[in-house]
Design a protein around this ligand. Structure first.
Ligand SMILES: NC(=O)c1ccc[n+]([C@@H]2O[C@H](COP(=O)([O-])OP(=O)(O)OC[C@H]3O[C@@H](n4cnc5c(N)ncnc54)[C@H](O)[C@@H]3O)[C@@H](O)[C@H]2O)c1
Length: 283
């Protein structure tokens, strides 16, 4: 199948970045979210990031305008009907994703390939919510999507070789390096990275080190661009909690058990950068 038209469902932190990746690669893209203000915010963010590239002489103003013109905002799933690939980037909630894919299945043309940006939920569970299990896979972009080079595809036992081949070839046109992971909780990246992030929260909770000692140590010792607590704020504490819960439920491995501090902070509404407060204060 020739991939021409794309759709992104959910225009939050990840969805907006993915819309940018698609439009910058020359594809027409429908940016769909139930909250129109999220799409507006997402497109404004894309314009701001691309303006930075124009200022640095990395792209022209005309190229910026052409990227923005390829983005079609929408708050109706029906507008995704004729897309060749639809990438879902709605919250990390399995029941919500299953319901949404079941709806999309009745709306989109039979050839449409469905991708999920889930960080680690069961892709097979989403596939069986549709009648096109062979055409549904994980398409895990990393944060921030326009910057991070990896596209982690997640293949279930139902995903066809044809789907994998099409998406691998198309992924390369986005300028990403593609790896294929199996459908086990957290795939490759989240499975390896989550115990590290949760370990930092536990270290803070136990009073072993302060926030700054933890983050500065990891930045200066391992050359990470952000400390682990900064990363959790960046990801969103609610998303990190959902990831930990689903990994712990699948593996029962204590290294994935959500720390109480993380839970309490989510209950308090301290979700990190997106709410202005997490381990750091952004106000
Ligand atoms: N935040 C990260 O660092 C990160 C990294 C990689 C993958 N992910 C994954 O990407 C997905 C999205 O995460 P995010 O951080 O962008 O979340 P987010 O909360 O920033 O954005 C979610 C968006 O989905 C919209 N939405 C909710 N329900 C919807 C529906 N039924 N239809 C259409 N839109 C709907 C919301 O309005 C919101 O704009 C999650 O599965 C998450 O695990 C997140």
């Amino acid at each position: 199948m020739e991939v021409k038209k794309l759709g992104v469902l959910g225009c939050g932190q990840m969805g907006a970045g993915i819309v940018q990746v698609f439009a910058a690669a020359g594809y027409e893209v429908v940016a769909c979210d139930t909250i129109p203000a999220m799409i507006e915010k997402g497109i404004k963010g894309i314009e701001k990031r691309l303006s930075g590239r124009v200022e640095k002489g990395k792209m022209t103003q005309d190229e910026l305008k052409a990227v923005i013109a390829r983005i079609k905002p929408s708050n109706k799933l029906e507008d995704l009907a004729d897309c060749d690939i639809v990438e879902e980037a709605i919250p990390e909630d399995l029941e919500l994703k299953k319901r949404t894919f079941a709806q999309l299945d009745t709306i989109c043309k039979p050839e449409t390939i469905f991708g999920t940006n889930t960080s680690g939920l069961s892709v097979t569970d989403m596939a069986v919510a549709t009648k096109r299990g062979d055409k549904l896979l994980g398409m895990h972009f990393h944060n921030p999507a326009p910057v991070m080079q990896l596209l982690e595809l997640v293949r279930t036992i139902m995903t066809s070789q044809e789907t994998i081949d099409t998406v691998k070839k198309w992924g390369a046109t986005l300028g990403k390096t593609v790896v294929v992971a199996p459908d086990v909780g957290g795939f490759i990246v989240t499975r390896l990275f989550t115990p590290f992030l949760l370990g930092a929260v536990r270290m803070l909770e136990a009073g072993i080190a302060t926030r700054d000692e933890i983050d500065i140590s990891m930045k200066l010792a391992v050359n990470h661009p952000m400390g682990p607590l900064e990363v959790v704020d960046f990801i969103g504490l609610d998303t990190e909690l959902s990831i930990a819960e689903s990994l712990y439920e699948e593996t029962k491995d204590p290294k994935y058990a959500p720390p109480l501090l993380l839970r309490k902070m989510v209950t308090a509404g301290w979700l990190g950068r997106k709410t202005g407060k997490g381990f750091y204060d952004y106000k």
